[in-house]
Design a protein around this ligand. Sequence first.
Ligand code: COA
Length: 351
Amino acid sequence: MRTKIAGIGHYVPDNVITNDYLAQYMDTSDEWIQERTGIKERRYATKHKESTTSMGAEAARIAMKNAGIKAEDIDFIIFATLSPDYYFPGCGVLLQRELGITSSEAGALDIRNQCSGFVYGLSVADQFIKTGMYKNILLVGAEMHSMGLDFSDEGRSVTVIFGDGAGAVVLQPTEKEDQGVLTTCLHSDGTHAEELAMINPGSHGGYHLGTEKYGYPDPDTPGGVFITQKMVDDNLLAPNMTGQLVFKTAVVKFPEVINEALQKTGLSKADIDIFVPHQANLRISQFVQRTLGLPDEKVVNNIQKYGNTTAASIPIALSEAWHDGRIKDGDLVCLAAFGSGFTWGSALIRW
Ligand code: COA
């Protein structure tokens, strides 16, 4: 038994944010952003009206319709995001409520693997389906980055990259011999955990890197240090990224993990019909494309329109490519991701 993608959908908010718009708030330019990242614009969700969960629900409704199933048919939800509506509970149960899945027969799992979240979620779902435990798994990757970015000059190298959106798939068992998820490869290395991270608010209490740097001046204060005044005053509540380290590691790990998947399945680079990389940075994707020797028509890039939408980037790109007719039955689809953690992974799917 294998796992097939039975339905797919995506949602991006209407609100288009151009590079020139960002340049009104921080010292940046359209030229710099396009040259370094390939991004022309991204979407931001509407505050008060949309959230990570609501965008995930929009994508999920399309995926379920596409699969010909109803919300009550879903027996398991997997939700990948780094920008959840609440610190806890996770978006999985919020999505369940939003979709009106009232049956407690269904389970909901939240995945915290950032840019690799969708590939990790796919791998988890694949194991559940292969063991016969579930028949209709809804896997969602969604992000509302715009709520957590730093729009001052200090945050510019991170803020210009990220955008909001959601993608979803319905996963079902298939007994067709050459269809479905052929393999998934998952990896991580916590050595550089803080190099692409949002450290605060959190419960580390200064444990990893000292109390001063991360806003815990008085370790003896009982409780109440989840968010400190120092974090607010010193602008310590935004994501940080060591861009060059991320870039250099990503261009090694992407090809490595793709080759691993090809080796496991006895396939070759030439067998790949469509490559959908996590949309981290157009320069990273182009580098990986060159390494694999893939022609442009086999590679899906939409970061120019949406920026980096982290856990949502692969399902949005996959969904767009499928709805545009770029993916056909029988195609070998390769997914690969790298991001915060660091975590990385790949998947090969026979469509
Ligand atoms: N606009 C204008 N200038 C900017 C800027 C911005 N948005 N962000 C940074 N800069 C400046 C820096 O301050 C620095 O200025 P200085 O030379 O005066 O100190 C200069 O540009 C070069 O900074 P650097 O960080 O070395 O640039 P870079 O060429 O490495 O590009 C990234 C920065 C972030 C675009 C690049 O490192 C990158 O894409 N890394 C991977 C990021 C990624 O993919 N993240 C997602 C992973 S899932």
